[in-house]
Design a protein around this ligand. Structure first.
Ligand code: NZQ
Ligand code: ZN
Length: 391
């Protein structure tokens, strides 16, 4: 196990009706004026926005509203939010919705405390040194943004999608009421299931040895998702399945499963180019990319993939040729995504092979020009993986 530091300050409030705690919570975390930040209408239709307005009014907490966050949230609204916060003296951001609303709120919170263009922070030019406090009411278990230290924003100019990870991105509190996810369309539920599994897998595929505790915890989270996912797809109002998914999504990405081990994140970065270019849901893009990344790297890591197959998918170990077991685990992953109605190839969502050179050149790489840690991918590898996604 590697040395690690984990800062996980988020106060989680989980259960039925818990949005009623919001006024008390924003006050507890020092808010004097709140920016109420949300998406394109689901919180209006569900009545949640009205409820939150009432809860804040009951606590006599002044607030200003900024709706209109779109999936794959745009930089334009972040600029607007920062301007509003400065003009109106706002000191707390309350986001209601899925990862997009929460991430947009995080970017506003951090951007408001930076005396320059917030994109300097997201592009990695400048390291953030502060941020307004922020909290959220989650309506879509998927990204884990409610507990994570990251926020992903897309800049309209050049359609560049980038994530920033820093401690200021950790929410002060997150309200998690599984009932608020009953209204999710099947497609969004499925995208969420894939995304949370991907967050575990980005950490699971590691070269760090002696990480049995986090391996076993990861396998347990994956199995819980694999069990609850189809139940929630079948019956959107099954509280226990929704609850299992909601907490799994948080645990998958709040950092606890990645401690002491190298993490990968190549698949996520390869995917970000798909959601940026085609405005595809992040989870749907991952369903296409992740199994192909697995197939691309499996031969160098047969033992780990075989372990994944046996422990997560209950595959039988082929001791004479463990590669068979490893491949079976990848097939099971793919079939599971398919059973959720997710796309598995470019053809399934309208991706174009001719876009691959552009996506490859835009895809994130580190100072050495490489991506990922489990396998260090060159631009050629990334291009090869995109091509596999076309098959
Ligand atoms: O905009 P509204 O009207 O609210 O509708 C949303 C949106 O259309 C709808 N929705 C949300 N909750 C609902 C609901 N519809 C009915 N009932 C509900 N209860 O669902 C649609 C998708 O919402 P969105 O927030 O975009 O989805 P998600 O939570 O998957 O967030 C995706 C974004 O998060 C980023 C992704 O890249 C993408 O930009 N990620 C953020 C991460 C993080 N901050 O740690 C990590 C992830 O890996 C990911 O990259
Ligand atoms: Zn993700």
């Amino acid at each position: 196990m590697n040395d690690f530091e984990l800062y996980q300050p988020t106060y989680y409030v989980f259960g039925k009706g818990k949005q009623s705690r919001v006024g008390e919570l924003v006050r507890r975390f020092g808010a004097t004026k709140v920016l109420l930040h949300y998406g394109g209408g689901s919180v209006v239709r569900s009545g949640l926005l009205d409820q939150v307005r009432n809860f804040l009014n009951e606590e006599t907490i002044p607030f200003v509203e900024l709706g209109g966050v779109v999936p794959n949230p745009r930089g334009g609204l972040v600029y607007e939010g920062i301007r509003l916060c400065r003009e109106k003296g706002i000191d707390f951001i309350l986001s209601i919705g899925g990862g997009s609303a929460i991430d947009s709120g995080k970017a506003i919170a951090v951007g408001t405390c930076y005396d320059g263009d917030f994109w300097d922070l997201w592009s990695g030019k400048v390291i953030p040194t502060g941020g307004l406090k922020h909290g959220c009411i989650l309506t879509l278990p998927a990204t884990g943004s409610e507990g994570s230290n990251s926020a992903v924003i897309m800049l309209e100019e050049g359609m560049i999608k980038r994530g920033l990870s820093c401690d200021f991105n950790r929410p002060a509190f997150s309200i998690l009421n599984p009932e608020l996810t009953y209204t999710l369309p099947k497609y969004q539920t499925a995208c969420g299931i894939v995304d949370m599994m991907a967050h575990v897998l980005e950490r699971y595929f590691t070269n760090t040895t002696d990480v049995d505790l986090t391996d076993r915890m990861s396998e347990a989270v994956l199995q819980a998702i694999i069990k609850a996912g189809p139940v929630a797809m079948e019956d959107p109002t099954d509280y226990e399945a929704r609850a299992a998914l909601m907490w799994s999504g948080t645990v998958a990405h709040n950092g606890i499963l990645g401690v002491g081990r190298q993490e990968d994140w190549a698949s996520h970065n390869i995917e970000h180019e798909l959601s940026a270019l085609y405005d595809l849901a992040h989870g749907a893009g991952l369903a296409v990319v992740f199994p192909n990344w697995m197939r691309y790297v499996v031969d160098k890591h047969v033992a780990r993939f075989a372990q994944y197959a046996v422990r997560v998918w209950n595959c039988e170990m082929d001791f004479t040729d463990p590669r068979n077991t490893a491949l079976e685990g990848i097939d099971r992953t793919r079939s599971f995504f398919k059973s959720l109605g997710m796309p598995l190839s470019f053809e399934d969502f309208g991706g174009k092979e001719e876009d691959i050179p552009m996506m490859t050149s835009k895809a994130r790489s580190d100072a050495e020009g490489l991506l990922g840690a489990f396998e260090r991918l060159t631009k050629e590898d990334i291009s090869n993986i995109y091509h596999m996604c076309c098959e």
